[in-house]
Design a protein around this ligand. Structure first.
Ligand code: ADP
Ligand code: ZN
Length: 725
C-alpha cells in the first residue's frame, strides 16, 4: 500500500504530495487524515496522509513511512476535501490550508509539547479476595475507603500515607486507572429560556422548516437575535445534530458565552484566543469525539471537527475579523461556512444589526433570504440620539466633554443609572511632536510614526516592535517643546474623574484587559453595579447587554471616518450603531450622545435615525460610482522586498502580465502601500477590480509560481481584502 503524504514544511516549492510505502507493521494504523513521520531528504518530517492508493504507479522503490504521530486521524474526510477547496479559492499552499484547521498542539514543531492530562484513580483489582490478606492500620483504612467508594483519587485519602497506597498497588490489591482530564469544566445548564415573541418565532420557524440555504437576519440591537440563535440551535440538537456559532472576538463577548452556557451547559465548547494551547487542544478533542455539540468561537472555530452539522450561525457578520488577513490562507470564514453548509446540507445564518453591504446586496438580489427583527423585544423604541457639533463646542470647552454630555452623565448618575462611554480609537494612536519645529518621531525601519506608551514612557513602532525612550529635548531644534498628542483612554479617564470625582469609573481598553479573564471580570463587575461609568475603546460597543445602562456617549465619532479605506463610512456607521444599541435594552429608556466634528456626514446622520436602509442605499450609490464591492470584486496583490527599485520593476512586470492575459478587469497601481516601508521591506500594492473572470486564478497562480523562485521578491495574493493598506 502507498500513502500520499503532504509534509509540514513552510517552503512553498515543496507544497505537493509525496508517495511513501506503508510498512506492514503500520498497515492497520495509517489512514487518510492521520499524521505520520516520514524521511524527507536528510530530515525526518511530520506530514498528513492525504490519500491511500493500492499500488505504486512508478516502478521506483519508495521510502517507508517511519511511524504514525497520533493514535487517530486529525483530519476527517470532509476537512480533507475542504482544504483542497480553500487552496483553490485562496491560492495559498495546501499545507497551510490544513494547518489552519488544527489547534497548535497538532502542528509539527510547535515548540512546547502540549500533553494530554490524566487523572489517576485507584480501585480494587478484579477477583481479589480480601479475606486472605493482611493489612496494617493505614492500608486497612485505604481498603475500607475503596470498598465503600469503589474508586478513589489520591486526594480522597486525606492524611493517609502515600507509601501505603503504593504498597497496595505493588501487592496487586489495587490497580491504577488513568483517565483523561480536561483543563476546563462546564457547569450543567439549567436550560433557561425566554418565551419567544411572535417576530422571533417567525424567524426560528423559517430557518428550521425551509430547505437549507443562506439566510441574512437583519435585527436591530436588542431585538433578541441571540435568543433566536439559541432556539434554532436547540431545534437541531433535538434532531441529534450539531451547531457552530461564530462571534467576532469571543474573549470580548463573555456575556454571549455565559448565556449559551446557562442554557446548554457542557454541550458547548468555547474556543478563543484567551485559552492556553492545552485548553484549546482539550476543546478540540471534546469536539472531535462528539462530546460537545455546540461550538462557539471566533474565526477559526469554523474548522471545528464536528460531524452532522445542523446549522452554522455567524453573528455580527459585518465584522472584518471573519477575514484572515495577516497570513495564509487568507480565507473568509463566511465562505468556509457555505462550503461546510453544502457538505452537511445545512443552512448558514448570518446575523447583524448593521449587515455588511455585500450581504445585504445579496439578500436584495435574492441570493440570500432576508429575515427581519425590526423591533426591540421590550417593545421600546430605539434610543434617542443627539449629535453634538464639536467645532462649536471647542470654542467654549477645554477638554473632550461637551456641556451636553457632561449634563447627561450627571443626570444619569443622579438617577443611579449607568453610563457607557466610547472612545473611538479605530486607526488611532498617541504620538509625540515638537511644538516648536513640528518634528515627529519615526521608526528607522518602517515608514510610520512611533506610538507613545505612557506606562513605560517609550516610543514604539506598532509594525516591527522597534522601541526607544521618550526624549525631553527635540532632536532637531533642541527645544524642550515635545508634547504628547492623541487621545488615550487614560487621559480621558483623568478628565472624567475630575468632572465626576465621586463616581466609580471603569476603564476597559487593550491595556487593562490584556490579562487573562480580566475582560470577563470587568464585564461582571459593571453588571453588578460596582461602577457607574464604563469607559473604553471599540470593545465596549460590542454585545454588552446591561439593563441599567441608559446613556451611551461617543466621545469622538470621527477617527474611523478619516481612515483612507473605502469601507470607512460603513465601519463608522456600524460602530456607532452598535455602541448606541448598548442602552435602553430593558424597561428604562436609553439616550445617546454623539460628539463629532462632521455633524453632517451621512454615516453619522443615519446613525441618529437608526436608519440602516437609507445608509445602505447611499453607500451603495457611492460604491457603484467608484466601482467598489459589492459591485466589483477586489483582489490585492502585495509585492514586497528589500530593494525598492527592484520591487517596483517586478511589480510593473506583474501588471503587464496581468493586463496582457486578462480581459474586463481594472488594474490599479502598483502603488506604494499606506505604510511603504515595514521592517526595511518595501511594499507595493496592485489592486484588481473585476466582476467575473474565468482565467483569473490560473493567471495569478502562474505568476505566484514564478515568484516562488525569485528570492528577492515576496508575493501575497489577497482576495476580497478586508482593508487595503
Ligand atoms: P440582540 O442579540 O439582538 O442584541 P438579545 O438576544 O441580546 O438581542 O436580547 C436583548 C435582551 O432581551 C436580552 O437581555 C434578552 O435576554 C432579552 N430577551 C430576548 N428575547 C426575549 C423574549 N422573548 N422575552 C423576554 N426577554 C427577551
Ligand atoms: Zn518599525
Amino acid at each position: 500500500m502507498i500513502a500520499g503524504v503532504l509534509v509540514e514544511i513552510s517552503n512553498k516549492a515543496v507544497d505537493k504530495m509525496f508517495d511513501y510505502s506503508i510498512p506492514s507493521f503500520l498497515e492497520n494504523r495509517v489512514k487518510e487524515g492521520i499524521r505520520v513521520l516520514v524521511p524527507f531528504g536528510k530530515m525526518k518530517l511530520e506530514g498528513f496522509v492525504i490519500e491511500i492508493k493500492n499500488n505504486n504507479i512508478y516502478d521506483k522503490k519508495l521510502k517507508d513511512i517511519l511511524d504514525v504521530v497520533d493514535s487517530d486521524i486529525v483530519l476527517n474526510e470532509e476537512l480533507l476535501e475542504l482544504g483542497k477547496k480553500i487552496q483553490k479559492k485562496t491560492l495559498a499552499s495546501l499545507i497551510s490550508c490544513y494547518q489552519v484547521m488544527l489547534p497548535k498542539a497538532l502542528k509539527a514543531k510547535h515548540g512546547s509539547v502540549v500533553p494530554v492530562r490524566f487523572d489517576t484513580f485507584y480501585r480494587l483489582r478484579k477477583n481479589i479476595c480480601l479475606d486472605e490478606l493482611k493489612f496494617n492500620a493505614s492500608q486497612l483504612k485505604i481498603v475500607e475507603l475503596v470498598c465503600e467508594k469503589k474508586i478513589v483519587v489520591r486526594k480522597d485519602l486525606g492524611d493517609i500515607s502515600l507509601s501505603s497506597l503504593n504498597t497496595l498497588v505493588k501487592k496487586g490489591v489495587l490497580e491504577e486507572v488513568k483517565k483523561e482530564h480536561y483543563r476546563r469544566n462546564y457547569e450543567e445548564g439549567i436550560t433557561f429560556k425566554h418565551e419567544l415573541i411572535a417576530d422571533q418565532k417567525k424567524v426560528v420557524s423559517q430557518v428550521t422548516l425551509d430547505s437549507p440555504h443562506t439566510y441574512l437576519l437583519y435585527g436591530v440591537t436588542g431585538s433578541g437575535k441571540t435568543e433566536v440563535y439559541m432556539e434554532i440551535i436547540d431545534y437541531y440538537l433535538n434532531q441529534g445534530k450539531t451547531a457552530i456559532m461564530l462571534v467576532p472576538e469571543i474573549s470580548l463577548t463573555p456575556q454571549m458565552v455565559q448565556r449559551f452556557q446557562k442554557r446548554f451547559g457542557s454541550k458547548i465548547a468555547a474556543i478563543h484566543s484567551g485559552l492556553s494551547d492545552g485548553e484549546k487542544y482539550d476543546e478540540w478533542r471534546r469536539i472531535a469525539r462528539g462530546e460537545a455539540s455546540i461550538v462557539i468561537g471566533a474565526r477559526s472555530a469554523i474548522f471545528a471537527p464536528l460531524k452532522n452539522i445542523g446549522i452554522i450561525i455567524i453573528d455580527e457578520e459585518h465584522s472584518d475579523s471573519y477575514k484572515q488577513s495577516n497570513c495564509n490562507p487568507r480565507y473568509q470564514a463566511k465562505d468556509i461556512a457555505k462550503m461546510r453548509g453544502e457538505y452537511h446540507c445545512c443552512s448558514v445564518l448570518l446575523g447583524s444589526a448593521t449587515p455588511s453591504l455585500e450581504a445585504m446586496a445579496r439578500a436584495q438580489k435574492g441570493v440570500y433570504s432576508l429575515l427581519k427583527l425590526p423591533n426591540r423585544v421590550n417593545g421600546k423604541s430605539m434610543p434617542k440620539v443627539e449629535i453634538v457639533d464639536m467645532n462649536r463646542e471647542m470654542k467654549t470647552i477645554r477638554g473632550h466633554f461637551s456641556k451636553k454630555l457632561v449634563d447627561a452623565i450627571q443626570n444619569c448618575l443622579d438617577k443611579k443609572e449607568q453610563v457607557i462611554l466610547l472612545l473611538n480609537r479605530r486607526g488611532y494612536s498617541s504620538f509625540v511632536m515638537c511644538k516648536n519645529c513640528g518634528y515627529t518621531f519615526k521608526c528607522p525601519n518602517c515608514d510610520i510614526t512611533l506610538t507613545y506608551h505612557k506606562s513605560s514612557n517609550t516610543l514604539r513602532c506598532h509594525y516591527c516592535g522597534y522601541g526607544e525612550k521618550r526624549y525631553f529635548e527635540c532632536p532637531k531644534c533642541h527645544e524642550k517643546a515635545l508634547s504628547n498628542l492623541g487621545l488615550g483612554t487614560q487621559k480621558i479617564e483623568e478628565e472624567l474623574s475630575n468632572l465626576f470625582p465621586t463616581s466609580q469609573i471603569l476603564r476597559m481598553d487593550y491595556d487593562t484587559t490584556s490579562r487573562k479573564g480580566m475582560h470577563e471580570k470587568m464585564t461582571n463587575d459593571f453588571r453588578d453595579g460596582k461602577y457607574d461609568i464604563l469607559l473604553g475603546t471599540q470593545m465596549v460597543a460590542k454585545g454588552l447587554d446591561f439593563s441599567n445602562v441608559t446613556l451611551v456617549g461617543i466621545i469622538n465619532a470621527d477617527t474611523s471616518l478619516n481612515i483612507p479605506d473605502f469601507r470607512s463610512s460603513e465601519n463608522t456607521f456600524s460602530l456607532l450603531s452598535q455602541a448606541a444599541g448598548r442602552c435602553g435594552r430593558s424597561e428604562r429608556e436609553g439616550f445617546v450622545i454623539i460628539q463629532t466634528f462632521n455633524p453632517n456626514h451621512y454615516a453619522i446622520l443615519f446613525t441618529k435615525n437608526h436608519d440602516y436602509f437609507s445608509f445602505y442605499k447611499q453607500e451603495m450609490n457611492i460604491r457603484r460610482v467608484l466601482k467598489y464591492p459589492p459591485y466589483f470584486y477586489l483582489c490585492n496583490i502585495k509585492v514586497s522586498g528589500k530593494d525598492s527599485d527592484f520591487v517596483l520593476k517586478e511589480a510593473l512586470k506583474i501588471k503587464g502580465e496581468l493586463s496582457r492575459n486578462l480581459n474586463n478587469i481594472i488594474i490599479l497601481g502598483p502603488s506604494t502601500a499606506s505604510v511603504f516601508k515595514v521592517n526595511n521591506i518595501y511594499r507595493y500594492n496592485i489592486i484588481l477590480k473585476y466582476k467575473i473572470i474565468d482565467n483569473l486564478s490560473e493567471v495569478l497562480e502562474r505568476i505566484d509560481e514564478h515568484y516562488k523562485t525569485v528570492s528577492k521578491i515576496h508575493l501575497e495574493i489577497d482576495f476580497e481584502p478586508s482593508q487595503i493598506l
